[in-house]
Design a protein. Structure first.
Ligand code: NAI
Ligand code: MG
Length: 498
């Protein structure tokens, strides 16, 4: 067990969970392959930081192509053995329920690890990420026994039926904004359908996926059913996307990488599902109650963030004024402090990126009514919550995903105008309408080209309801029964009668 780094004390400032600290101290963290923790073949490791103070939390094995090859070899064997795919569905249910229970039993520890590694305020980790991950496993636990085929009215001399079978070895590449939750969205449905998984967490936030790996071993899941390969995008991620013996890749992340994955998948025509970003319209009519949480969760680093705030012209000044006032009440600080409303962004890269957009916004002629700068903290990747007014839908800050606590407020005239402007984007992940007029809300919900539409609320996500994008926000739907389509393939069987 390597010693903790000298900065460990300050890196983990505010942490209360002794289990989380113990987990961090057993660094470097290893890869999970075939039920065992192993170092990367190259022996290389990388650092994962606490973005609130830029100190090292732990060293993590840097997996690359050689490790992915090894993981695929064992995953393939575990799949073909049938020890998971041919297990009774009732038994699969029990494993997934057990994993959900273990997540709940370790909720405190997982929440602290998530906030330390990602920077999200502890109230979010505790109330959203960790319970959401447990609920996702529980929801798909129920599905293992409800994956149906059909019988078809073929010729009278034929008995024709369909079977839904697993796809096989699934590569699952996830981002850093909801690390444990995204791991659950990927692993739970894949396993419910009888697949095996190779999960690659984001290099910025590998910790909770690794702790999940330990809990999965504790659940007694057969070795080889879940592998966890930490590492970088080019390296571990690209090796998964290109691998000739992986049957399916599920990816959540940037559009740019989504396109690379789709290209790489052509080698063996693996199935692909992509959940990419968004630039979601958040539409406010004068009769709406002041929407809460315009900045969303996780410092605005949310794929479905309502970052284009459309306000009807009569109330634009008044609305942007009160939005700015609200933004000023969001206390920045140590994510582990329960009073903190907003933590740092996840990384220096993300911090630089968002600062770049703040500069661009000003150059384009938008006005930062509040914020517009990095946070004033001594260290850490903080950004002041920012409200840009005077934005039009053609500006870069209205077209590109900023992924930070930045709202771009755009004026609209009427219903038609806002539908046209709202849909004038490359993306289509989500949208929201705020109004007391239900006819107007339902009418607009139909016209918006987005995978999810919220009315008088924002960001509600339930494992039972599908989630995914129109246009360049990706394809394939996760969650709900739709994830069963992603993780099964259909066989039609004809039997001659008589
Ligand atoms: P990214 O798309 O590079 O990272 C997401 C995942 O893909 C990580 O696990 C990464 O290691 C992996 N990856 C990177 N390059 C890869 C490759 N060539 N082959 C296979 N896997 C690869 O996203 P990044 O750079 O961290 O963030 C950039 C922007 O992407 C953000 O500012 C945001 O706009 C968007 N984004 C969207 C997310 C969403 O939820 N849809 C989540 C994260 C980022
Ligand atoms: Mg980190």
């Amino acid at each position: 067990m390597a010693a903790a780094t000298p900065s460990f004390e300050s890196a983990t400032r505010g942490a209360k969970s002794s289990a989380a600290l113990e987990f961090l101290k057993s660094s470097p963290k290893k890869l999970l392959i075939n039920g065992k923790w192993v170092p990367s073949k190259s022996g290389k490791t990388f650092e994962t930081l606490n973005p609130a103070n830029e100190q090292v939390l732990a060293l993590v094995a840097e997996g690359d192509k050689a490790d992915v090859d090894e993981a695929v070899k064992h995953a393939r064997k575990a799949y073909e053995d049938g020890k998971w795919a041919n297990l009774s569905p009732h038994a699969r249910t029990r494993f997934l329920l057990k994993i959900a229970d273990l997540i709940e039993q370790h909720a405190e520890e997982l929440a602290e690890l998530e906030s330390l590694d990602n920077g999200k305020p502890i109230f979010e980790s505790k109330n959203i990420d960790i319970p959401g991950a447990a609920e996702t496993f529980r929801y798909y636990a129920g599905f293992a026994t409800k994956i149906y085929g059909e019988t078809n009215p073929s010729e009278p001399t034929m008995f024709n039926y369909t079977l839904r079978e697993p796809v096989g070895v699934c590569g699952q590449i996830i981002p850093w904004n909801f690390p444990l939750l995204m791991a659950a969205w990927k692993i739970a449905p894949a396993l419910a359908c009888g697949n095996v998984s190779i999960l690659k967490p984001a290099e910025q936030t590998p910790l909770t996926a690794l702790r999940l790996g330990e809990l999965i071993l504790e659940s007694g899941l057969p070795p080889g059913v879940v592998q966890i390969i930490t590492g970088f995008g080019p390296g571990a991620g690209s090796a998964i996307a290109e691998h000739p013996d992986i049957d399916k890749v599920a990816f959540t992340g940037s559009g740019e990488v989504g396109k690379l994955i789709l290209k790489a998948s052509a080698g063996n025509l693996k199935r692909v599902s992509l959940e990419l970003g968004g630039k979601s319209p958040n539409i406010i009519f004068p009769d709406a109650d002041m929407p809460q949480a315009v900045f969303g969760l996780n410092q605005g680093q949310v794929c479905c963030a309502g970052s284009r705030v459309f306000v009807q012209e009569g109330v634009y000044d008044q609305f942007t004024e009160s939005l700015s006032k609200m933004a000023q009440t969001l206390t920045l600080g140590n994510p582990l402090d329960p009073n903190t409303k907003m933590g740092p962004l996840v990384s220096k890269e993300q911090h630089d990126r968002v600062k770049g957009y703040l500069k661009t916004g000003k150059e384009e002629g938008a006005k930062a009514m509040t914020g517009g700068e990095a946070g004033k903290q001594e260290s850490g990747y903080f950004i002041q919550p920012t409200v840009f007014s005077g934005v039009n839908n053609q500006m870069k800050i209205a077209r590109e995903e900023i992924f930070g606590p930045v709202a771009s407020a755009i004026k609209f005239k009427d219903e038609n105008d806002v539908v046209v402007q709202g849909n004038d984007t490359d993306y289509g992940l989500a949208a929201a309408v705020w109004t007391k007029d239900i006819n107007r809300a339902l009418g607009i919900a139909r016209k918006l080209k987005a995978g999810t539409v919220w009315i008088n609320t924002y960001g509600q996500i339930d494992p039972m309801s599908p989630f995914g994008g129109y246009k360049q926000s990706g394809f394939g739907r996760e969650l709900g029964r739709y994830a069963i389509d992603l993780y099964t393939q259909i066989k039609s069987v004809y039997a001659k009668i008589g």
